[in-house]
Design a protein around this ligand. Structure first.
Ligand code: NAP
Length: 269
């Protein structure tokens, strides 16, 4: 079933146990990419284990918390020991964190969120960079429209994604051989949206909360495979995006400039 070879790119995907990360993993392993993937997550869902059964030669699992540097180091070491190369990292693991207004939020909860959504990016990039420089590889960050929004109650999450976008700009400047991009993946049908519907009402403005509830009830949430395809394609081979000088940029998943990286199904919508 697999057409992966010893020259197939090797990618690390963080947060691959469910949602957008799981979908990105599935796309990377299948046709046309046939990549080899090291996955990081704290839990191993049934779906993740199923994919590993389907692609036993293409998937390695690291169980751990991305906010711990040793987890990222383990993933890079495993990629190098097993396959001898690293071509891309998809920095997808993330949490919504405390939903609370700035006046009331516990700073410790903000710091915990930042260690997952921001500090983890730095140490995962640090341990990957020597190999990504060699492969002229890519760093694909999963950002959010929240980076530029002002939803009440989302202060910590929004700031963590704005910090990610800033990191992406600086990384592109400092490491011109490595392609870096922050993707705005849209509003996707994952557990994170369920979490917003569950916890958001108390702290968000009624119209903003109603917007997210409405996207769910009207079936307008995106299937994870649509933005997931873009993440997979950019991590696999960022050549055209690099030529378009998108390194360092914050780009919407379905932007015209990324057309070559989009799933044919999502282009037909
Ligand atoms: P999700 O279904 O809740 O999945 C989150 C993933 O991140 C899970 O695999 C989870 O795995 C992993 N994760 C969370 N904290 C972790 C930690 N400390 N260490 C290791 N893994 C961790 O959410 P999602 O919607 O797919 O979110 C994926 C990314 O998309 C996030 O960065 C999110 O901010 C971004 N995003 C989502 C939306 C949306 O509408 N859903 C919109 C914009 C941006 P474990 O729990 O097994 O560790």
């Amino acid at each position: 079933m697999s057409s992966s070879t010893s020259s197939s790119p090797v990618i690390i995907v963080t947060g691959a146990s469910k949602g957008l990360g799981l979908s990105t993993l599935a796309i990377l392993c299948g046709t046309p990419f046939s990549a080899r993937v090291v996955c990081i997550s704290r839990s191993h869902s049934d779906d993740l284990l199923l994919f590993q059964k389907m692609y036993p030669d293409q998937i390695l699992l690291v169980r751990g918390d991305v906010s711990v540097r040793a987890t990222s180091q383990e993933a890079v070491d495993l990629a190098i020991k097993t396959w001898g190369r690293l071509d891309g990292i998809v920095l997808n693991a993330g949490s919504l964190g405390p939903l609370n207004r700035i006046a009331d939020v516990d700073v410790k909860d903000v710091e915990s969120l930042f260690s997952i959504n921001f500090s983890s990016l730095i140490h995962t990039i640090q341990v990957s960079l020597p190999h990504l420089r060699t492969s002229k590889g890519s760093v694909v960050m999963v950002s959010s429209g929240a980076a530029e929004a002002d939803y009440a109650g989302w202060g910590a999450y929004s700031a963590s994604k704005a910090a990610m976008n800033s990191l992406c700009r600086t990384l592109a400047n400092e490491e011109p051989e490595v392609f870096s991009i922050a993707i705005r993946p849209g509003v996707i049908d994952t557990d994170m949206q369920a979490d917003i519907r569950l916890r958001g009402e108390q702290h968000m403005a009624p119209d903003a909360y109603a917007k997210f509830k409405g996207l769910h009830t009207s079936g307008a949430l995106l299937p994870p495979a649509w933005p997931g395809y873009v993440l997979a394609s950019l991590a696999f081979n960022p050549k055209t995006a690099r030529e378009q000088q998108l390194s360092g940029k914050f780009v919407q998943w379905n932007a015209k400039e990324l057309e070559e990286h989009q799933n044919p199904m999502s282009l037909r919508k």
